[in-house]
Design a protein around this ligand. Structure first.
Ligand code: SF4
Length: 376
């Protein structure tokens, strides 16, 4: 492209939209212009792959078909619907955003970018996606995929996180003013299926003849990455505590912080020099004030959050004595295995539930004198 000529920008738009008409993905949220449905899809797509989002999106809209039903839902139901998507803070933000829109905007999603980005969980990209898709407004987007496409298309040699201003400029400049909604969807499809991180498929790309990095054979070297920081790792000892009635103990995390309000099997970080069984015993006492016996290993689960990697080492445990206290949690429950599905759990705990369902219930140790739970 030479200079900032209208004809050049128009060429990119025309090529992309023609390609999209033939190759665009048929996704459920692309068959609607309901702003609420599009809002839900944009929240779900923030950090989760399309293939995972589809089923959750359909289930969500079946149970909460309007912004009013979402606003009135109980947090527990919201978390349950979100289960499997990860990054649960998005569910809380979506719920809060719907409540604000119902309360302060008469249930209508604001069409001003400046207003929309003040709502919980809505950044400039999410707002751009909602406004362009639902209202056909010329608002650009810039998620990770789009940053990669633009960095290659214009051969930008500054790492994207240090080049946001220029990237937003290109995203805005490229955007088709007549069909911004379709243009942004098409741009996302190029990022997701053509301009792939490790293996850009330039031969299938509508922009191959205008792409600056292919002309200089730089497409595999862009975008430039700076060496990332090492993500810390923690080993967590987790106890599935059985009582003599064949129930297991779960507790609800505090209402703030990572995985707020979700339910989990109790446990905590293994300290230096501590064995996993010792850790589980200590954590259960500190968190709930219970004495337990640690039994067989059940499963080890590796999980990665954005900023943290964890290894959950899970053991069967048996209740000995004590009345659960809410020291490090906001609620607890003794639950039969089939009833675990009524509680929202973090993704990493789903593998523990699956392992429990696939393995026999361990016999309660006879020497523990019955193990009946004390009540207050
Ligand atoms: S031509 Fe290749 S590098 Fe350029 S945008 Fe298309 S897929 Fe990406």
């Amino acid at each position: 492209m030479t200079g900032d000529r209208w004809a050049d920008w128009q060429w990119f738009r025309t090529e992309l939209l023609a390609w999209y008409a033939q190759h665009g993905r048929d996704l459920p949220w692309r068959r609607t212009h309901d702003p609420y449905a599009i809002l839900v899809s944009e929240f779900m797509l923030q950090q989760t792959q399309v293939v995972t989002v589809i089923a959750h999106y359909q289930k969500w809209l079946k149970q909460l078909p309007t912004i009013q039903t979402c606003a009135q839902a109980q947090p527990q139901d919201i978390f349950k619907l979100w289960e499997g998507l990860g990054y649960y803070r998005r569910a809380t933000y979506l719920h809060q955003t719907c409540q604000i829109i119902v309360r302060e905007y008469g249930g209508k999603i604001p069409q001003a970018l400046d207003t929309l980005i003040t709502l919980p969980g809505i950044g400039r990209t999410t707002a751009g996606g909602i406004l362009s898709h639902a209202f056909n407004l010329p608002t650009p987007i810039l998620d990770g995929n789009v940053q990669r496409v633009l960095s290659r298309l214009f051969a930008l040699t500054t790492p994207p996180h240090r080049n946001q201003k220029q990237l937003w400029h290109y995203s805005q400049r490229l955007l088709d003013p007549v069909a911004p909604g379709r243009f942004n969807q098409a741009l996302m499809d190029v990022g997701a299926g053509v301009c792939l991180p490790k293996d850009p498929q330039c031969g299938r790309c509508p922009w191959q003849n205008g792409c600056m990095s292919t002309q200089t054979q730089q497409q595999h070297d862009l975008p430039v990455r700076e060496p990332g920081k090492e993500i810390p790792h923690r080993t967590i000892g987790v106890g599935v505590i059985w009582n003599a009635q064949g129930q297991v103990l779960i507790d609800q995390r505090p209402s703030t912080g990572l995985l707020a309000n979700l339910w989990e099997f109790p446990g905590g970080k293994v300290e230096a020099g501590e064995s996993v069984p010792d850790c589980i015993r200590r954590e259960i006492y500190e968190e709930l004030g219970l004495e337990i016996q640690v039994g067989e290993h059940l499963i080890t689960v590796n999980h990665r959050y954005t900023h943290l990697r964890v290894t959950l080492v899970v053991h069967h445990c048996f209740y000995r004595s004590g009345i659960p206290e809410l020291r490090g949690c906001q609620a607890y429950a003794w639950v039969e295995l089939p009833d675990l599905c009524r509680y929202p759990f973090p993704q990493a705990n789903q593998k523990i539930i699956q392992a429990l369902q696939e393995s026999p219930i361990p016999p309660y140790p006879l020497e523990m004198g019955g193990g009946r739970v004390q009540s207050k």
